[in-house]
Write a protein that binds this ligand. Structure first.
Ligand code: SAH
Ligand code: SF4
Ligand code: F3S
Length: 485
């Protein structure tokens, strides 16, 4: 019997018309798809396998867990490679190389489908919210079975059912969000840590960024819904949660009863049994003193803050519509460091934004040297159609961008290796995440500041928080030894 939330899918009467209300409607379609999977599996004399591949950010990873959860209830076993009966790509379109990867993979899937004609290929996620992409898929990749977007991920079972009853590609893209259906099964990647959406979408419209167009307007979830979800996760063995949103610092502003993100953080911190709290992503313009204090005082809040800089030039920041200056960013970073000295600061930086001069780039290097980030994700500017920056003059020559990118990376790496070694010799709590795949007899885990540590241990430690002495600093990770052993 397959149960979820006290629903027995096999007892749902699928000879009736589907119910209108959610989530009952999706439960009905899960039951319908189960029948197909069962019959197909009997015919083939083996179980059916599905695989979900995720591109892009934590938000997509969270959606993928929901998609995988529905596929599990439908009766698919989790496959490990693309040679599966159903392949679902949850796509990203933040930079063009993310799109190119998906197109590349589709060529490979076509070959697999020739060998296994009943294979189902499905695409969803941010890339699918772009009309040009849908046009290209219809024309060049007609073997794709199912396409949906970011606003209707919860419809997977219903759309799959439609595909099984219709000929040809099923495409369902919503232009904007409607009600969010949350009570669906999820298949969590880790039993001991989980992402929790606190808001969806983004209203910031940074000039280079496509996310507001493909994820829609900012919507905060109600605090009691979030707290209930975290409580449920903790009861289910979760020790660490990551609160997710494109700009968590503006959480709660548009609720009927407005609250702040700092307030939410304090509430989550009171949940018994929860050990660690992380969050992603913070926009510098909305980072309040109240939040710095909540981080400082909240013992469960991890010593890590990801604070995207994007550029160190106030002129470029203005054109990017980031709404802070170089000086404001530096002041904020030093205020945070002062309040929480052990904190690890990480960032995102874009090189080659339209109009960026050598002087602008020097300003970015200057911030990197002054803040001394623990690590930085560096990106080459990618032109996204429909965004204001795509139409700007002064697109920077590729050779110049590459050269700047290399200089930035070198600087970032040098500083990072020095900064990351700062806890060498100390004993730190580590949440053990996995058995080390490269070195027998070792496990790997994360410090509060998110750095990885490898140390001798076995699978029984996975999911536990243990004290580890950091014995060797290796740049962006440590080697260590459990204290007291
Ligand atoms: N909401 C988050 C960012 C999400 S996108 C924030 O504002 O911090 C993650 C990162 O991708 C961004 O921080 C930015 O550095 C990068 N990025 C976004 N659009 C880009 C583009 N068009 N070209 C290159 N990098 C981009
Ligand atoms: Fe994109 Fe800016 Fe929104 Fe982040 S805050 S998702 S960079 S528009
Ligand atoms: Fe990519 Fe969408 Fe995230 S565009 S970065 S997967 S919100």
């Amino acid at each position: 019997m397959q149960m979820f939330n006290n629903v027995d899918f096999d007892s749902i009467d699928i000879t009736q018309e589907p119910p209108e209300e959610e989530p009952a409607r999706q439960y009905y379609f899960i039951a319908k798809c189960r029948k197909y999977v069962k019959e197909q599996s009997e015919r083939l004399g083996r179980p059916l396998f599905s695989v979900v591949r995720t591109f892009g950010c934590q938000m997509n990873a969270k959606d993928s867990e929901k998609l995988a959860g529905v596929l599990k209830q439908i009766g698919f076993c989790e496959g490990t490679c693309e040679e599966a009966d159903l392949v679902l790509y949850n796509t990203c379109t933040v930079r063009d190389n993310a799109n190119q990867k998906v197109y590349g993979h589709l060529g490979y899937l076509q070959a697999l489908k020739k060998k296994n004609p009943h294979m189902l290929i499905a695409l969803c996620g941010c890339m699918m919210q772009e009309p040009e992409v849908i046009g290209r898929i219809r024309k060049t990749y007609p073997f794709v079975d199912l396409v949906f977007g970011t606003h209707n991920v919860f419809l997977l079972a219903e759309l799959l059912c439609r595909r099984l009853n219709e000929k040809g590609m099923v495409v369902d893209i919503w232009e904007a969000a409607r009600d969010i259906v949350e009570e669906l099964p999820a298949r969590r990647k880790y039993p001991f840590k989980s992402g929790v959406n606190i808001m969806y979408g983004c209203n910031n419209f940074c000039s280079y960024c496509i996310v507001p167009y493909v994820r829609g307007r900012e919507r905060s979830r109600k605090p009691d819904e979030i707290l209930r979800e975290v409580q449920k996760l903790v009861a289910d063995g979760v020790k660490e949660v990551m609160l997710l949103g494109q700009n968590v610092n503006s959480y709660g502003k548009t609720l009927d009863k407005p609250v702040t993100f700092a307030w939410l953080l304090r509430q989550v911190g009171q949940i018994e049994g929860l050990e660690r709290i992380r969050f992603m992503t913070s926009h510098p313009k909305d980072l309040s003193q109240e939040l710095i204090e909540a981080m400082r005082d909240g013992g469960k809040v991890c010593r890590h803050l990801h604070l995207p800089l994007q550029s160190g030039s106030s002129r470029i920041l203005e054109s990017m519509n980031r709404r802070y200056t170089k000086e404001q960013y530096l002041e904020l970073a030093s205020r945070i460091r002062e309040a929480i000295p052990q904190i690890s600061l990480t960032t995102d930086i874009i090189v080659g934004y339209p109009g960026e001069t050598e002087e602008d780039f020097q300003e970015t290097l200057d911030v990197v040297r002054k803040v001394r980030f623990d690590s930085a994700f560096t990106f080459i500017y990618s032109k996204r159609s429909g965004t204001p920056a795509a139409a700007m003059e002064g697109q920077v020559l590729e050779s110049i961008v590459k050269e700047r990118f290399d200089r930035l990376l070198k600087e970032v790496q040098q500083i990072s290796a020095q900064v990351c070694a700062r806890d060498l010799g100390t004993v730190q709590p580590v949440l053990v995440e996995s058995v080390n795949g490269h070195q027998d007899g070792y496990v790997s885990g994360r410090l509060s500041n998110n750095l990885l540590v490898h140390f001798p241990g076995d699978g029984s430690y996975v999911g536990q928080i243990v004290p580890v002495r950091l014995t060797q600093a290796k740049g962006f990770y440590y080697m260590g030894k459990i204290e007291g052993e």
